[in-house]
Design a protein around this ligand. Structure first.
Ligand SMILES: [Zn+2]
Length: 188
């Protein structure tokens, strides 16, 4: 079974603490346990919030390097909540809604986060997925007057395709046009 919460209460129970979010990222990075990328040693310790130092050669690996969480000054719990919120909404995520949900004081921060997340959701390469693929969709953007359901003029459609590969599962997300949703749906 994939290692990801299925409901809001599961999510809240699991990711309400910063340490739990870090542990999750650690698990994704080292699914078989810590391994020093330089010397292959399997023992290391945390030297700072997101850094692990190899017990043998002292090489330091960042848990968040290469992710959108790298060098963020905001708590991971907030980022995780944002991602949960954006990917579970059917009606589209707006910066204003996000500001309210996360209790952010700055609209600019909310807007910046959403755009950072949108960029991260575009998968580089965009090669075809294969094997067992699950597909879902959501919209990103403010609600549009007079338009309902899947009709949209300004909102960005985000297609989330998830390929089952045992544990941990690999999740891909991409922002595409409706045409691509049809293409993506044909994969499932
Ligand atoms: Zn090492």
């Amino acid at each position: 079974m994939e290692d990801y919460p299925r409901t809001l209460s599961e999510f809240e129970a699991r990711f309400s603490k910063e340490e739990a979010c870090l542990d999750y990222l650690f698990q994704l990075r080292f699914p078989d346990g810590y391994l020093c990328p330089r010397c292959g040693h399997t023992k290391g310790w945390r030297v700072r919030r997101t850094l692990i130092e190899c017990a043998s050669c002292s090489y330091q690996t960042s848990i968040t390097a290469g992710t959108i969480f790298h060098r963020t000054r905001k708590p991971l719990t907030m980022w995780f909540r944002l991602i949960w919120w954006v990917t579970s909404l059917k009606t589209g995520a707006s910066a204003l809604g996000m500001q309210r949900v996360l209790g952010l004081t700055s609209y600019k921060t909310a807007w910046t986060w959403l755009h950072k997340l949108r960029r991260a959701m575009v998968r580089p390469g965009r090669d075809s997925l294969f094997g067992r693929v699950e597909v879902d969709e959501t919209y990103l953007g403010a609600s549009e007057e007079g338009l309902r359901g899947r009709k949209t003029e300004k909102k960005a459609l985000i297609v989330i395709a998830h390929r089952k590969m045992g544990r941990p599962s690999v999740e891909y997300a991409c922002e595409e046009s409706k045409m691509h949703l049809r293409t993506a749906s044909n994969l499932s």
